[in-house]
Ligand binder design. Sequence first.
Ligand code: SF4
Length: 406
Amino acid sequence: QCALVCPTGALAVKDQTDCALDWFDDPAVTTVVQFAPAVRVTIGESIGARPGENLQGRIVAALRKLGADCVMDTRWSADVTIMEEGTELLERLLRQKEEGTLHGHPDTMFTSCCPGWINHIEKNCPDMIPHISSTRSPQAIFGALAKTWLPKTLGIPAERIRSISIMPCTAKKDEAARELLKHGGEQDVDLVLTVQEFAAMLDRRGIDLMSLEPAEFDSPFMSEGSGAAQLFATTGGVMEAALRTVSALAGGPDLGRIAFEPVRGLATFKEAEVETEAFGKLRIAVVHGMRAADEVIRMVREGRSPYHFVEVMACPGGCVGGGGTVRGIVWRSTLERRQNAVYSTDASMKLRTSHENEDVVRLYRDFLGEPGSPLAHELLHCEYRERERRSEKPDYRTIESAVELA
Ligand code: SF4
């Protein structure tokens, strides 16, 4: 059996558990907590459950017990991510169609929701920045809307809100601290806990997750997410979620009702084609681990990329293999169980596509206008900048190298 190691696990991690507990205990603070799609299927092993067991309802109950005021779902903002990123992709495709450059070697667009990948681009491959989607990650989108749309809708002063996220990821802490993701000097997401830190916090407060009755998220508003959003937890999931919406809008097959197998599983480099009425054949690729990502970067640099859209995740398996999910290594069999739990959760959901999420439709109708509007750009998009390299040769480990190490 081989071991898988998350490349971002080596980052220095700032534990803010004490600060989170202080906020939960403070009646003057309104705590708004989001947790990522991967969290519900990765926390199990830390607390004696089966690998991949979906503990969503018990996590909600535990957060209430800790004193959280609003418990909401990052899957909701993942659906918003798809609306913005999908709109960007459609605009790029339309421009290329008008220019006559859509087929052959198109202008490849990369996903942007993985901060491990974005760090790699900014530090090691800044020439790729124009190819990265400007849409913020689901965590960042939730944070921006928790400080703008949520206070307006619930009538809570924005200054009272402390936005906390629970993530499978150490790099999300770094993402939340980015200058561009702050308003008035305050971070949109005030504090990020990893799955491991959350499990330790429950332990400190004597909360046994497995003994709790599952609970529902607070008000469905900012909590109702689709099956497409659940797929964000695994490699290939952002692509599958995006294609469900883009294919529907571009006259392609109805991918919202089927499992799109070409992008599923743990192969490090997957590719597929989707035939659409509006743009003809779209070519896509899905990679995880920086070795595979660097292969696509080389293709783009040399003008050889046949892909319109490429999903990149830094960790082996995507967020289900994130560095915040477990200390040390994640076994491949565990990763497969986590991934299968993601697929079965999606399959069990009635709402499978982001554009059919009524709470997302409501967000645009009542607040943002439409996907890609000026307000959507101000709150839901960002810019990337060349950053100083930490070393000449980044030490990113991928599935292959981890297998060699094991
Ligand atoms: Fe974080 Fe997921 Fe990217 Fe890993 S794959 S760095 S867990 S966002």
